[in-house]
Design a protein around this ligand. Structure first.
Ligand code: PGA
Length: 266
């Protein structure tokens, strides 16, 4: 049992490019918040598409009855604050829209939109500088062949993302281990190999920051997470939380994942 008393369990709901309309987003958002009970030991980060974000801004000082059961995350960020970059969204814009977390380097951005370790590094530094927390996604394309090849691939993803991150900002960094073959498929990884990868990820961070800081670094698992495998990853996968894609579009299913998480971290 890998239960970790030092850290909250983090659940990230990545809606990706869904739903299609504001009306549906409202419905999904309300239904999602309804399945998140108040709980100090779990942090739920809801990541809708950019255009819906400011609707769900949490007031700086929530008045009685206002919702603080979730944090707001974006699915990407640009590395410049402002300027002639048509279509981009800067980190301070996100901050002022109520966003506290940003996903950076999701495999879909890397595969479909040409993101590289270099762009991930720039986005990470810029987001941290703006005071945001970052959820950096890493993961291998395939597990075929020599294990040392995909392990060093991931180590390089982690090391380069962290290259410009000062020690003082490390408490706002989260790494999501998401093997690409498991994302959007129906083939989740096993808790056992997620555990191995979480160890390699922390080891890479330890090389840069020392062991004790690296031990504090939250590592999440993502890739076909559902209510039927969430418990196993949290108990046996050595991870501090989960990044949930498709299942986060179904509030009932997502609610089950939240419940499983809270039961584990009681
Ligand atoms: P999935 O997506 O849960 O649908 O596999 C995971 C992700 O967004 O990375």
């Amino acid at each position: 049992m890998q239960k970790n008393n030092r850290k909250k369990i983090i659940l990230v709901a990545n809606w990706k490019c869904n739903p299609a309309t504001l009306r549906e987003a409202e419905r999904l958002f309300r239904a999602t918040v309804n399945v998140i009970p108040k709980n100090k030991n779990t942090e739920v980060v809801i990541c809708p598409p950019y255009v819906f974000l400011s609707r769900y801004k949490i007031p700086a000082r929530p008045a009685g009855g206002q919702d603080t059961r979730y944090k707001l995350g974006s699915q990407d960020v640009f590395w410049e604050e402002t300027g002639a970059y048509t279509g981009e969204i800067g980190p301070r814009m996100l901050k002022s829209a109520g966003v506290s977390h940003v996903i950076i380097g999701h495999s879909e951005r890397r595969e479909l939109f040409g993101e590289t370790n270099e762009t991930v590094q720039k986005k990470t530094a810029a987001a941290l500088k703006a005071g945001l927390s970052v959820i950096i996604c890493v993961g291998e394309r395939t597990r075929e062949g020599d294990a040392s090849v995909y392990i060093s691939f991931i180590k390089e993803e982690v090391a380069s993302a962290l290259r410009d991150v000062p020690k003082s900002a490390l408490s706002r960094v989260i790494i999501a281990y998401e093997p690409i073959w498991a994302v959007g498929s129906d083939e989740p990884d096993t808790p056992h190999s997620a555990l191995e990868m979480a160890i390699y990820i922390r080891k890479t961070a330890a090389d840069a920051y020392g062991r004790s800081l690296a031990q504090q670094l939250p590592v999440l698992y993502g890739g076909s997470v559902s209510a039927s495998n969430a418990g196993a990853f949290l108990r046996d996968g050595g991870v501090d939380g989960l990044l949930v894609g498709r299942a986060s579009l179904h509030p009932k299913e997502f609610g089950k994942i939240v419940k499983i998480t809270q039961d584990i971290n009681k």
